[in-house]
Ligand binder design. Structure first.
Ligand code: PLP
Length: 362
């Protein structure tokens, strides 16, 4: 009998949105009226922006005016708004590699050149300050800091955030701060929002946020940017022309999340940490170095010792074990494999067993 398929390739959490968010959306639809009409003819987006700034202050320490919050139908739309508000074809952006391909695909589409700063395996996927400084050129317009990072889970230290902030100030760069995993940080690691470290950083930082991972709301499509004064008019123009807006009743669910008690989020964090502690060690024990990631929820292991590229490794794994994982070459590191830990430990145990059997067959 063929093995049952296990698919772990997308970062889509294995649970439902918090019940209070579901209730709020349902009640909003049942009540109708302003909850189900054009959002901009209601006060709902303003209430959402107020909830965002209160939330952001509580969890990052950064204070914003609600007028700088731009809601979007998911952070992918918010990302495009932020990037297009700052960059033009031919500009250069600094970013860290391995990277999230959702970032590189937008840059590619915009004709923006990417300068990669390596996150080295031997340094636990942290950057060397000199590498950041020397990557800047005359064409560099911005730096993208995905913190915690996808796929490496890097939680940038306060000092690393300072290096990024100083490089941005010294070279007049914008900072794109994709902080969508900020709640998912493990062990002794501490999240720092780069904008919290100085006003000079804050006035050039465009924050990109999402409900997808924090509240397991990937299909609800809710995210936002917080854009500094310098870029707000252009960002509004871009968002108005291109970015899909959230549905009115989804705003209400979002407000319930941001004003909630965050018990749900902490439970998710604890669950992801448990999965991380099991899975990374188990894969590492197989002899494929698997980084005990600091944040987000992706295991990232080094299979270069097999001599296979990520694509070949995964095609053979799928053929022999019926397990699908994500190929590291899509994140800039061929021979590496990313595993979103969006299944409970018993399923992850099965994946480890399959990896072990696959390894023996090589
Ligand atoms: C770092 C990062 N940013 C943005 C996104 C996009 O999320 P969404 O469009 O669902 O808000 C993802 C999704 O995996 C991600 O990992």
């Amino acid at each position: 009998m063929p093995k049952k398929e296990i698919r772990l390739n997308a970062g889509d959490p294995d649970c439902e949105a918090p019940q209070y968010a579901i209730n709020e959306a349902l009640m909003s639809i049942i009540q109708g009226g302003k909850n189900t009409h054009y959002p901009h003819h209601t006060d709902i987006p303003n209430k959402f922006a107020e909830a965002v700034v209160d939330y952001y202050k509580k969890f990052t320490g950064v204070e914003y005016d609600p007028k700088f919050v731009l809601p979007a139908a998911g952070s992918s739309a918010a990302l495009y708004t932020a990037l297009a508000a700052v960059l033009e074809k031919g500009d250069e952006v600094l970013m860290f590699s391995p990277y999230y391909m959702g970032h590189t695909s937008i840059f590619n589409g915009m004709g923006v050149k990417m300068k990669m700063v390596p996150l080295k395996e031997e340094l636990g996927y942290h950057p060397e300050p000199e590498d950041i400084k020397k990557a800047v050129s005359k064409k560099t317009k911005a730096v993208l800091l995905c913190n915690p990072g996808n796929p490496t889970g890097t939680v940038f230290t306060k000092d690393e955030c300072k290096v990024v902030g100083d490089v941005a100030v010294d070279n007049d760069l914008a900072i794109f701060a994709d902080e969508i995993y900020l709640h998912f940080v493990y062990g002794d690691n501490k999240f720092t929002s780069v904008a919290s470290l100085s006003d000079e950083y804050k006035e050039r930082t465009l924050a990109i946020m999402s409900f997808s991972k924090t509240f397991s709301m990937t299909g609800w499509r809710l995210g936002y940017d917080i854009v500094p004064e310098k870029y707000i008019e252009k960002a509004k123009l871009v968002a108005g022309l291109t970015a899909p807006r959230p549905a009115t009743f989804v705003f209400n669910a979002g407000i319930a999340c941001l004003r909630g008690d965050f018990k749900y989020v902490e439970e998710r964090r604890v669950e992801y940490e448990k999965r991380r502690n099991y899975f990374c060690k188990a894969v590492d024990d197989l002899g494929w170095p698997c980084h005990l990631f600091e944040g987000a929820f992706y295991a990232w292991f080094d299979a270069t010792s097999t001599g296979m590229g990520s694509g070949e490794f995964l095609a053979k794994l799928k053929e022999s074990q019926n397990v699908s994982l994500s190929p590291g070459d899509r994140f800039g590191a061929d021979g590496f494999i990313r595993v979103p830990l969006v299944q409970p430990v018993p399923v992850l145990k099965e994946v480890v067993k399959c990896l072990g059997e696959f390894q023996k067959s090589l």
